[in-house]
Design a protein around this ligand. Sequence first.
Ligand SMILES: *[C@@H]1O[C@H](CO)[C@@H](O)[C@H](O)[C@H]1NC(C)=O
Ligand SMILES: *[C@@H]1O[C@H](CO)[C@@H](O)[C@H](O)[C@H]1NC(C)=O
Ligand SMILES: *[C@@H]1O[C@H](CO)[C@@H](O)[C@H](O)[C@H]1NC(C)=O
Length: 235
Amino acid sequence: MWCGRTRALLRVSGLWPTGVLGRRPLNCSAASLAGSNSPRCWNCGGLGGPLRGDRFFCPQCRALQPPDPTRDYFSLLDCNRSFRVDTAKLQHRYQQLQRLIHPDFFSQRSQTEKDFSEKHSTLVNDAYQTLLAPLSRGLYLLKLCGVEIPEGTDYEMDSQFLMEIMEINEKLAEAQGETAMKEMESIVRAKQKELTDNVSRAFERDDFEKAKELLTKMRYFSNVEEKIKLKKIPL
Ligand SMILES: *[C@@H]1O[C@H](CO)[C@@H](O)[C@H](O)[C@H]1NC(C)=O
Ligand SMILES: *[C@@H]1O[C@H](CO)[C@@H](O)[C@H](O)[C@H]1NC(C)=O
Ligand SMILES: *[C@@H]1O[C@H](CO)[C@@H](O)[C@H](O)[C@H]1NC(C)=O
């Protein structure tokens, strides 16, 4: 009955699943070993020597080195490759890195170092934003584990969940005034919290299929969050 209507509406809105990814062999325990055969310094030609500190500067001439493409966000921000992160530590590390490589500190240096610092800074920002929010962190972690959820391709969702999303969207469309909007926000926030806790447990069990399903649900709710934000902007 309502199931047909749900399907039709979701298909129209582009939310209906068009395919489910097959399973791929997973290996998430591989450590992110970066720079084990470290390249020569672009400036003085010296070898990196024993890896030290943050690996950003040549130990001999102190010139800023280019970003290491083999390094993932978790390694860059000094976190364990895990869904559970300490956000206070994450922020601290982010600020520490920006104090090392931010372009403001390279205005008197060579163009090459200026360019590298721009690249480092962008990378550090992306890493921080990605690991800070549970949804993007979870999706990134899944990707490192070889599981991707392509944009626009939704996981096969149960109809009960799809109904729940439809109802929330209807409620949001009808919501008027600050109190009603606050109520919507707290409903969605509670949902995201519950889903985040469950994603965390799924990753702890290495249950990537479950994590993928839960993260897809989080994506639906973050769409709702976006709509709430838009509706709050006074016309
Ligand atoms: C996963 O990667 C680690 C480290 O590279 C390796 O020791 C382990 O054997 C791999 N496990 C599987 C199941 O391939
Ligand atoms: C990473 O995990 C190890 C082992 O589980 C733990 O001892 C260590 O404190 C963790 N490090 C961080 C930065 O959370
Ligand atoms: C989260 O996990 C609990 C316990 O397994 C379950 O009862 C609940 O329905 C789950 N919530 C969501 C939104 O998946």
